[in-house]
Write a protein of this length. Sequence first.
Length: 245
Amino acid sequence: MAAHEHKWVKVSEDDIIVISAHAIPGNEANVSRVIDAFHRTGADVVHGGASPVHVSGHASREELKFMLNLTQPERFVPVHGEYRHMVHHARLAREVGLADDRVVVCQDGDVLTLGPNGMDVERRSVPAGYLYVDGIVGDVGHGVLRDRRSLAEEGVVVVIVTVDATTGEVVTGPEIVTRGWVYAPEADELLEDGKAAVLASLAEAAEEGATDFETIRRHTRRALGRFINERTKRRPAIIPVVIEV
């Protein structure tokens, strides 16, 4: 309605919009944008931030106690709300007469077993928490998320160099390709200095007789990483591509 996209309802300056719910924590910015959008239509908006119009969607303490007295549970486990809400709900159950050993507050990962002799709880016995799913690949581990966060914050730099497999001397390159670190057309001087740092390191490696692929690759990555850190105080992901001929 605020975006003028509702099929049947068109809001105009003759309307009053009443939002009787509080914003869910984390959604305040979205709710604020909706309120602004309603004001742009010319309508007046009445909401909990300015008027006492909040209506809870949850039962009150007395209503919860009424349900407990009505159902007379033998055992009670709160299952909804934040942990603090479940603690207070459990207290209500004790207030209406349930014994302490018949009321249990559980968390995600706890295993509750009901048997003839009562309830038994195994705390944190099952893995529980957020599971990130990436398309059809499946769950995404912490290592992958850490790498993605690093790429988002620091960027990636690819350095490509061709070397003589026998002598270790540079045949072509190095070429530096960046994404998310610096904008190449505006950083020609910086990239040229980076290439010079890589060439100097590879020349030193060749003088020492280090001509194997892994050593050259390590020198390339280390030299460029040191240069980038000194010049920009950043640590992008560096991918060395060494081609031997």
